[in-house]
Write a protein that binds this ligand. Structure first.
Ligand code: FES
Length: 97
């Protein structure tokens, strides 16, 4: 199974392929905002992918459009509720709960 690690907490686990970064984080008790509950409507679950950007399923149109409003977006930004794991990933949580 893919390994997923969150920064700055350094909490890591193995996650089933296809699980979202948000679900993985919440199952581990990682502090991450998710104001809309994971429906791609708020951007608070913003993560910067430090390693393994290509190990996530590519962003779909909804996520790309939602991220356009992010002031602090980087080329490695993803919304955790939309980013599905398919390989090892290190993700920095931007907004903590
Ligand atoms: S939790 Fe709202 S966009 Fe991800």
């Amino acid at each position: 199974m893919p390994k997923v690690k969150f920064l700055p907490s350094q909490i890591e686990t193995e996650a089933p392929k296809g699980e979202t970064l948000l679900d993985t984080a919440l199952s581990l008790g990682v502090s991450i905002q998710h104001a809309c509950g994971g429906f791609c409507a708020c951007t608070t679950c913003h993560c910067e992918i430090v390693e393994g950007l290509d190990n996530l399923e590519p962003a779909e149109q909804d996520e790309l459009e939602r991220m356009e409003v992010l002031d602090n977006r980087t080329p490695n930004s993803r919304l955790a509720c939309q980013a599905k794991v398919r390989g090892t990933v290190v993700a920095r949580v931007v907004n903590h709960d």
